[in-house]
Design a binder for this molecule. Sequence first.
Ligand code: SAM
Length: 332
Amino acid sequence: MNQLVDRWGRAHTYLRLSVTDRCNLQCNYCVAAQGIYTHVHREELLSFEEIERLTRLLANHGVHKVRLTGGEPLLRKGLPELVARLRTIETLNTIAMTTNGILLKNHIGELRRAGLTQLTISLDTLRPKRFARITGASVRLFFSVLEAVELAIAEGFQPLKLNVVVLRGFNEDELEDFVELTHRLPLNVRFIEFMPLQGNSWDRQRFIAAREMLERLAARYELRFLADATQVGGTTRDFQVPGYRGWISFIAPISAPFCYSCSRLRVTATGLLKVCLFAPPLVDLRRLLRTGATEEDIIGAIHNALQRKAVEHPPAEELSSVPTLPMTVIGG
Ligand code: SAM
């Protein structure tokens, strides 16, 4: 088995797969500015057969973890069927999903039985009115997300990961409230730096570096250092308040990039391969899959793209003008 190694020696073992470009929330830091993007038609999405074939090929070359994302992945009909298909790939040890949780209640049992192994729910605020303000959705949906968190834990997704994008002037005053949530629940709360992506109106004023978050919490809590996963292909630096059931993590792609250990490949819902969140797509995998390309052709194209992967992404101020794709299309 040839591993998917780039010219900087990084092996790519983690596939992040968007299954739809549509979302049922309009988080104002995430959605693309008006007019920049229109949704694709169903037939343009990779089919479940195509996703399974592609994942199987990648698994033959060292990929052992897949994350389903979007858009909102639960908007894709029949998702448990896709999970079940991926489950048949023996060398995959993790099938994860990132969701906003709104539709989770109706699917969680089925997803679990189909073979979903890890779950991340995104929730940026614990205050209903703020939720409505940032997502453009009704306050009622905030309670659906809270319910989804409890359900996911009860269903055995432990630790459940909770993604929190921290924005100055929006939810920076809730860091402690999220820490307290790890007292009550076996959660891994992940504080994420706001990233610039095409069309998302990033600006320094709304950005808070992970160090500032950490210093603020360290002044209030005893924080025990657990691990630095960025050394081993992960994205987090992890801490725990002694005695609390869960723990917190910081993800600092902007102030302390972890490109040196990057192991991630991304495939958009229409089958475009991205070797870096912050770089333009490099290969149209859907075209290859639909025109009779062999395993060798497909892996060869991915391998070539990896040889063009930069050693690290450019600094924040340059990133918002890089023609990547909106986050909802790439799959966060
Ligand atoms: N709809 C799903 C959800 O809400 O989890 C999956 C897709 S969403 C794009 C994945 C994650 O990306 C979410 O946790 C979201 O908060 C995060 N995200 C989106 N835009 C971001 C940005 N500009 N900076 C940091 N995180 C971002």
